[in-house]
Every structure is written in C-alpha cells, then in structure tokens.
Design a protein around this ligand. Sequence first.
Ligand code: SIN
Length: 491
Amino acid sequence: MTVQLVDQLNDPKLFRQQAYINGQWLDADNNDTFAVTDPATGKIIANVANLGAAQTVAAIEVADQAMRQWRLQSAKTRADILECWHQLILHNSEDLAIIMSAEQGKTLAESRGEIGYSASFIKWFAEEGKRVYGDVIPLAQSDRRGIAIKQPIGVVAAITPWNFPSAMITRKVGPALSVGCAVVLKPAAETPLSALALAELAERAGLPAGLFNIVTSEDAVAVGAELTSHPLVKKLTFTGSTPVGKLLMAQCASTVKRTSMELGGNAPIIVFDDADLDLVLPGVINAKFRNSGQTCISANRIIVQEGIYQEFIARLSMAVAEFNFGAYTDKGSSHGPLITATAAKNVDEKVKRAVAEGATVVCGGQLSEGPGYFYPATILVDLNSDMAIFQEEIFGPVAAVYSFKTEQQAVDMANDTPFGLAAYFYTENMRRSWKVSEALEYGMVGVNETAISAEVVPFGGFKESGQGREGSKYGVDDYLEIKYICMGNIG
Ligand code: SIN
C-alpha cells in the first residue's frame, strides 16, 4: 500500500494545499484546485488551490500594505526573523526533503542537499541586509553635500521553477525581505508544496503577515499578466526558460518594472588533452546528471580533445552503467525521473532527431516504459555543431559528446550559442586556465570544478541567459533603488 505524503512527515502541518496570502491559508475563490503528481509514479499526491487574477491582485495589494511597516524596521530586526526562519528550515530539513522529492522526483540525497542550499540563502541575506551601505559624494560647492542611499524597491513578484523548488525561492525572497521588500510568489505548478512548506516555517519564524504571499495556480498566463502589469509591483524576478523570460520582460515594459532573469543555458564542458581524467569524470557526472540533467547549468555540450576522446567515452560509459534510476522512496535510487511525461518525451525527441542527423547512441536512447517519467542515462557521439542538439537545452540525462582539435576551436565552439550561463573546462595548464576563462562568454566558469553554486557567489548569465545576479554580495542590488540626496546651503 502507498503511504500518503503527509504520513511520511514528522510534522504534518508542513503539508499545505492552500495558497498563502496575508498570513491566511486560502482556497481559490471558486474552490478550484489542480493536481500535483509524483513524477516517479505519476500518482496524484496533492490537490492545490488554483488561484486566478483577482486573488493575485489581492496578494499584491496586501504586500504593498505590509511592506510599509517592514521597510521601517531596522535591518537587524529583519535579519533576526530571517535567521530564525533559516534555523527552522534546517530543523525541518528531512520533512522538507521528502516533500521536495515527492513532488519533484529528485533523490532524497539531492533534496537534502537542496534544502541546505536553500537555507543558506536565508542566512546569507539576513547578514547582507545589514550591509546595505550608501555613499557621501564630494560636490563642487562647499556648502553642499551629496549623499546616495539605498532603499527597498517595492513589492517584488517572483516566478520560480520546478527544478529547484526551494532554493530558487529563497535566493529571491531572502534578499527581498532582508532589505525591506514584500514578495508575491508564484511557484511552479508542478512543485508548489515546497513553497507552501517554506511559508509555514516563515510564519513560525515570526515573519509578519503580508510580506511573503504565495499564489498557487496552474494558470500561469492569468497570474503572470497581473504580476507583470500591476503598478504596485516594482520588480519581477524570474527563473525559467529564455522564451518565457523574454515574454515577461516585454509585459513588464509598460510599467517599467525592474526585472532580473535567470534563463536558459547551453553549458559547454571542455576537456583538454592535458586534463586529469580522474577529476574530469566525477565533474562531468555532476554537471551532466545532477537532478537527472534538469538544471540550467547542466553540461549540455561535452567537448573533448581528440587525444583523450576515446578513453573519455569508455570511462563515461562505465560510470553511467552504474546509475540506478528510481523513486525517492527506493533507497537504491541514484537518479530520479524527469518532471513530466512531456519532459521525457521532449528529451526522447531530441535524441531521435540527433540520431536522424547522424549521431550514434553509445548507451540509453530509449524512453523508459512507465510508471513514472524516466529516461535512461544516454551518451551520444558522432555529433557536430550543425546539428540541432548543439543549440538546444536538452534538460535530461543525455550526454552529447563532441570532439575538437585546438584550444581556439574549443573556445569558438563553446561560445557559438546565444546563451551564456555557465561553462566549465578541465586542464592542468595554468596559462590556459586564465586565457580560456577570460575568453568564454559566460557569467560563470568552472575550472577543474563543476560544483560551482553557493550562496556566496554571483549566479547569473551573459547574453540570452539573463540579467542580474543572485546570491553573493551583489544579490541584494536588484531589490534596491539608489536615491541621491543633495543637502544644500549648509554654510
Ligand atoms: C538552476 O538550474 O537554475 C539552478 C542551479 C543551481 O543553483 O545550482
């Protein structure tokens, strides 16, 4: 018999199916709900309130009111509440990991890792909120002083993805709350439960009502239209695909909202002949197969120099043969399913098209039969940069391996894309480490390392991979306005 999700939790109150607005748990006005499924089984695990435009507007208005008091609190008062929230997330991490695995599919080990990552943003920004400094600017007139201060930008709308259902929320909500903003969040319809559990803990931490509102909905168009057009929303932060990001930016233009966008990627991972393959293998496996390939910084193109190409393929094939795709409830699972049946089908179609264009399948390459939305670890070779798969984000456990001859050719191949989120390369050559790092047109570069994400570093992309940076000391900037004050006639 299947154990219900709520019965797997130490604290059943973390399992919420209602939206959260102004500190109240709410059904949709029309009582509509949408189903959340476990991607490993395809079974429904929750029915969540399906809000529409009117309740989105209500959440925005509530946030605007709540923020009036919050922005006047000291940074320390805000930080103390965030610190308490951070502690509660850590204290409840096992329950939060189970909720995440159930709705997203990733293994429990990966979910535990994400909960720690998610909590780290709350702690980091609790501290950074206390370091929002201004400047005193020398002016030409001796009786004047120029001052620049930073103030919260206003109500923040956040739209977050399903691949990291907790960390992509705290990376946005942490800085917003720490500097005095209020948030209206629309989590992905596939993974609203992690967001709602975070709200339950924020309330327990003492976060005043109205500052963190969650509009659950499967009507992304209706909710998105309000979040991008309402004049009280001053900033939109989005993580998701580049086409949707472009659409949201266009919608935000009519009210000139600040936007920050963390969009798609097409990450190259270059393996030079002089690389240490003992380092390369675990690095490639992390970059390609973490979250079953469903991250924006997944290695999308593995570009290997001719001299070690054959050995690399042989060793990668042996390593992936050990993978065990399965449900989070199965302790032996090393990797989870894809998020939906459509996602699995899309990956399969990309593989089939590559094969039709001349690629060879070394292993995998067949959509798994149900239950669940599994796709096997797949390695493709005999690829070139004219094929469609070179330009598209695979978002699945498919290693597309290319070969190259010279350093310049590798850099040109890596940069031959409109995307510019993350890139990686492996070499033992110091000169090459600098030169190639500087030549890659990417916001983040891993040299002999692919586990590059952390709360203390700036995450974000060049080109069509987005704008703005999340995490790090720069992560508060997008939530602040700079105000110049001229103090005149001071004698
Ligand atoms: C993402 O895929 O967008 C986030 C990955 C990360 O933070 O490491």
